[in-house]
Design a protein around this ligand. Structure first.
Ligand SMILES: [Ca+2]
Length: 486
């Protein structure tokens, strides 16, 4: 069975097939146009509640490729390299497939930084093509036919690589493939061909429904982030001042233009995915290829008064996930059970029927192969397993008074709770008695996370319980039976 893993860069859960979830994700744009992804969702399983392990590329992707959580992988920036930290004996997801007889292809944006993948050329990949940096001066723009001659869009080049690889396998290669296609869009700059802008007339575009800081946010605002990537672009410099340190909303016409360009990129990507799906179908490989569509994190487009990724809010950490395993997934199936990006490694291994990846011990330093995730194959086989995890975790960062803090979040069915604690290069072994700051949102009544209940006395017991669960960590949240089988 082949594996085609398509990973998007900063893609919110905005696919037509997710729009039934607007009550619990009020930031969704119901007018998004993604016919090809909707079709893929109909063919396989849609994960309604999938989460990244961190709201930014480097940490989230490293965690996904290694199958462990950010405080075990210890990568929070675009400079550090996983093997410098975790050792040369580390076995990554593509490497595991490669070592098990697969031909592994790493195309596009693989690890973060974008060139980081080069350093893993021999170990993880048989064939590697990295996407390179886009040198654009504006935050968004319409890509014209003239430009296509001198500088094709990176994702168009990626598309060619993927199509040619499928064709090669159809013709010549007998080994199964593990093909990782890391798309560049819809990450900034929001540049897409004109026809995709036409799908979103300006007059129909709306600003985000909650362009404000959550109520009861203290002046020492832990939810605030310092990611200014929207303001690196020349056309955004004049807006930077009005955005300011408190993350207040930007001018409505700028917001509308950016949002429109973002959705144009989403529909452009959808179109490319349609082409890949058609190619798989034509080549006769669709019935023996596992297809996974996911994203490394989301992005704020004005929600919670912010622009950009890298926060603990769900608009930054909740990701789309669609999976089709021929002969296993039931068409048009959905699950509400929680899944996390660290689950991808053991799940794909399980789906391809390779030897399972062992569960990591509490401290996995020095271990080449283990995972802190859980295969979610049982959710596909039996949509209502007896036991599944009832909480998930993600991490983030915060800088305050020149001090670095780490954000640790636990998400249950009912709440999102976050503690901000002094930064450590690794898992927190001793939690401070009083965190520097906390956030609590009652997801059941406040899905958009607009009212921070951190100091509301009537939630004191809830906070106590969530804090205990957060400190107990991922092992305490494993589905029953996993630790016993270990
Ligand atoms: Ca990213």
């Amino acid at each position: 069975m082949n594996v085609l893993f398509m990973m998007m860069d900063g893609f919110r859960t905005e696919i037509g097939a997710y729009m039934h979830l607007i009550q619990e994700q009020p930031w969704l744009n119901i007018k998004v146009k993604t016919p090809n992804l909707d079709k893929l969702a109909k063919e396989g399983m849609l994960f309604e509640r999938a989460f990244a392990s961190f709201g930014r590329c480097s940490a989230s992707r490293s965690s996904m490729f290694v199958g462990r959580r950010p405080d075990s992988v210890k990568i929070y920036d675009e400079i550090s390299w996983i093997r410098d930290i975790l050792g040369e004996n580390l076995i990554t997801l593509p490497q595991y497939f490669k070592e098990n007889g697969y031909r592994s292809y790493g195309f596009g944006k693989t690890y973060c930084p974008v060139t980081g993948g080069d350093r893993d050329k021999l170990k993880s990949w048989d064939v590697l093509w990295t996407i390179g940096k886009e040198r654009r001066r504006v935050s968004w723009g319409v890509y014209t036919k003239n430009q296509s001659q001198d500088s094709p869009l990176k994702d168009d080049i990626l598309l060619d690589k993927v199509m040619n690889t499928i064709e090669d396998h159809r013709r010549n290669i007998t080994n199964p493939f593990f093909l990782f296609a890391g798309f560049k869009k819809p990450h900034l700059p929001f540049i897409a061909p004109e026809e995709y802008f036409d799908l979103y007339p300006t007059e129909e575009m709306k600003t985000s429904p909650n362009e404000y800081r959550p109520k009861n946010t203290p002046d020492t605002n832990p939810g605030q982030h310092h990611n200014e990537e929207f303001f690196w672009y020349k056309d955004m410099w004049k807006t930077r001042d009005s955005y300011g340190p408190d993350n207040i909303a930007i001018e409505p016409e700028v917001a509308i233009a950016l949002r429109r360009a973002y959705y144009a990129c989403v529909s452009y990507i959808d179109h490319l995915i349609g082409k890949i799906m058609n190619k798989l179908e034509e080549s006769g490989l669709k019935n023996n290829t596992i297809i996974l569509f996911a994203a490394d994190h989301g992005v704020h487009l004005g929600e919670n008064g912010m622009w950009g990724k890298d926060t603990s809010f769900e608009v930054s950490t909740r990701v789309p996930m669609l999976l089709k395993i021929p002969g296993v997934t039931k068409p048009n199936s959905r699950t509400r059970h929680f899944v996390e990006i660290v689950d991808i490694f053991p799940t794909l291994v399980d789906a391809a029927q390779l030897p399972p990846v062992p569960l990591c011990p509490e401290d996995s330093r020095g271990l080449g192969l283990c995972t802190e995730g859980v295969s979610f194959l049982p959710l596909l086989i039996d949509e209502e397993p007896k036991h599944w995890k009832t909480r998930v975790f993600w991490q983030g960062r915060w800088i305050h008074d020149h001090q670095r803090y780490r954000a640790h979040t636990v998400r249950t069915d009912e709440y999102r709770y976050t503690e901000y604690v002094p930064h450590t290069d690794g898992a927190v072994r001793e939690w401070p008695e009083v965190p520097k700051a906390t956030e609590l949102y009652h997801k059941a009544t406040d899905p958009g996370e607009n009212n921070n209940l951190w100091n509301n006395v009537s939630y004191a017991d809830v906070i106590k319980d969530l804090s205990r669960k957060l400190h107990a960590g991922w092992r305490s949240a494993l589905p029953e039976g996993i630790l016993d089988d270990d």
